[in-house]
Design a protein around this ligand. Structure first.
Ligand code: WTA
Length: 571
């Protein structure tokens, strides 16, 4: 092995012998679960109810703090509230297979609602609270959601008149009198419901989660995950997160993204480990304070957040007692070696980079406590996962050759469908037996994978995956915009920022005010993170003869690179 610049592993990780772990079948994992014996499956039951039934009901499940509320929820309380909420949904006529969305800030009620939905066999669709009207509408409409759990503040962003299938709006933090027709106060519903309501036993392959994510073309797609995902999450909890019963775990991701549900809630709960939930916005001091306050032992965040902490300097963390930290992880974007080295200095820990996607369900390639880390590498495949680099014809490439990062299809946490879109689903599997990620990477002689970039036009800004088409569609709704092309532009803190190239309609002048107005238009209509931080007006945009805007040409212009083959470009 060439470990010249590698940072040695720790001897105490649960995964000690990587080669031996690769021989452990997924069925071994499944044996942890009650359904191994009973044949009756429900992921919410395994994550929460099981601990109560096995005598661990008093153990903490949630440690919540938002500056005002400071609450510890036991597994029993969480089970009871989730069961009660499930019963409330049933009383509204909601059940198996129905899509119920969550559009609210993170906190105990979000967790209760998520579990309650899954517990009755319905499908939970978590939405990020930063979404504005168009983003909310597109997702609810596509999935045919029958209900949404939200707050009075966020309710105006749900265009009910344009969502005929949406029968119920459940308002957390509202009085019964605030509720209009088709709306319910969460508190009132809970009062009438019973915690004795039974778990809905479903098939392992029954859908439970619908996470919307972006591709390079078309509207966001609904990635369908099934109860079987728990097997994958359990293994990640053990070998990747390295969780043990006395850990205090904090994943900073919002449950609107897969990281927030899969690594954020299910992986730790399946191991009976409590999760810290910090309400409110990112704040350097607040984050160190949270680690100190709860004695966080295992911490999962993202490169953008670490880069923002790093920008606060090496002195700031010294003011806090961070000695509880035993294991630190990062996912969502490339982790720069510089940030890794900051982690060693400021947190006294190696930051364990791990790679995965909404579609993969949970971690796929990762660094383990016991293995040496090569800074800049995503690590090695999770035991049970076969990763490879394929060329464009689907041939497996050897070490150090750049190509498509692919995974042998059929692992337990793999998405099972794209909601209502068989065609899109098939596009992930162009070669027999392989899932194609859309990322380019290479593998070195030692089996470590190195991320290189996206193959398509998907933008990763602050770890958030943005489809250029969704932003372009919003931009052209603005009266001044004739055409728009959107690309990701490299940025030292955010990874990438969104840059829009715009041609204006006749009669509009390319002014600074107009730029700002267009930015606000996207911010208010779609989401703050989807706003183009840079706008450049152009008389004409490069297009194919069939009229498609050529984003790769825009990108080449931006980066000062050769534009490549322009034979399909219009004159
Ligand atoms: C990127 C987030 C480099 C990648 C869990 C992937 C990463 C996309 C890493 C999925 C990493 C995720 N290093 N890039 N460790 N992890 N990505 O669906 O481009 O929001 O395809 O899932 O994020 O983003 P998604």
């Amino acid at each position: 092995m060439d470990l010249t610049n590698a940072v040695p592993g720790r001897p105490d990780g649960q995964l000690q012998d990587y080669e031996a772990a690769r021989q452990v079948s997924w069925d071994e994992e499944a044996k942890q679960f009650t359904w191994w014996k009973t044949g009756r499956v429900n992921a919410a039951f395994e994550a929460v109810d099981r601990h109560v039934e096995e005598g661990r009901g008093d153990a903490p499940a949630i440690l919540y703090y938002d500056g005002v509320r400071d609450e510890t929820w036991s597994f029993r309380r969480l089970r009871d509230d989730a069961a009660q909420f499930g019963d409330a949904l049933r009383r509204l006529g909601i059940g198996r297979g129905d899509r119920v969305f969550l559009f609210m800030p993170k906190g105990p009620e979000l967790a209760v609602a998520l579990l309650g939905i899954i517990r009755i066999g319905a499908v939970a669709g978590p939405l990020f609270e930063a979404f504005m009207e168009t983003a909310v509408q597109d997702r609810l409409a596509d999935s045919g959601a029958v209900a949404v759990v939200t707050t009075p503040t966020l309710r105006p962003r749900i265009p009910r008149e344009r969502l005929p299938e949406l029968r119920h709006v459940i308002l957390v933090g509202a009085e019964a009198s605030d509720a209009e027709a088709g709306e319910w106060s969460y508190t009132e519903l809970m009062k009438e419901a019973s915690a004795d309501s039974p778990v809905e036993w479903v098939d392992r392959e029954a859908p439970m989660l619908l996470h919307y994510t972006s591709g390079s073309t078309g509207k966001p797609k609904g990635v369908v995950h099934v109860h079987n995902l728990m097997i994958h999450q359990y293994r990640v909890g053990r070998w990747v997160l390295d969780l043990r019963p006395d850990d205090i775990y904090w994943c900073t991701a919002d449950p609107g993204w897969i990281t927030g549900t899969s690594a954020g809630l299910f992986a730790p709960w399946l191991h009976g480990v409590p999760v810290v939930i910090r309400g409110g916005r990112f704040q350097q001091e607040g984050w160190y304070e949270t680690v100190e306050k709860f004695g966080v032992t295992v911490w999962f965040s993202a490169p953008t957040a670490f880069r923002m902490l790093m920008a606060g300097g090496d002195e700031l963390p010294k003011r806090y007692n961070l000695s509880s930290l035993r294991h630190v992880l990062s996912a969502g974007e490339p982790l720069n070696p510089e940030v890794f080295r900051w982690g060693l200095r400021a947190l006294g820990n190696r930051i364990h980079d791990n790679w995965w996607m909404t579609e993969t369900g949970c971690t796929m390639i990762t660094n383990y406590p016991a293995l040496p880390i090569k800074p800049g590498s995503m690590g090695r495949p999770l035991p049970g996962i076969e990763a490879a680099i394929l060329d464009d014809q689907g041939r497996v490439l050897g070490p150090n050759q750049l190509g498509n990062l692919a995974i042998r299809a059929g692992w337990p946490g793999m998405m099972r469908a794209i909601w209502n879109n068989e065609e899109k689903y098939k596009q992930y599997f162009p070669f027999e037996g392989w899932y194609i990620s859309g990322d380019s990477a290479y593998r070195d002689e030692d089996g470590y994978f190195w991320f290189q970039g996206r193959v398509d036009d998907v933008i990763n800004t602050s770890g958030e995956r943005v489809g250029p088409f969704e932003v372009e569609s919003k931009l052209v709704e603005h009266p001044a915009v004739a055409e728009a092309g959107v690309i990701g532009k490299p940025d030292p803190v955010r990874g990438e920022i969104i840059k829009a190239f715009i041609s204006l309609r006749q009669g509009y002048a390319p002014t600074e005010e107009l730029k700002q107005e267009i930015q606000q238009f996207v911010r208010n209509g779609l989401a703050a993170y989807a706003m183009p931080r840079e706008i450049e007006f152009r008389d004409k945009l490069p297009k194919t003869r069939s009229g498609k805007i050529m984003r790769r040409v825009l990108k080449a212009w931006e980066l000062g690179l050769p534009t490549g083959d322009l034979s399909t470009m219009e004159d």
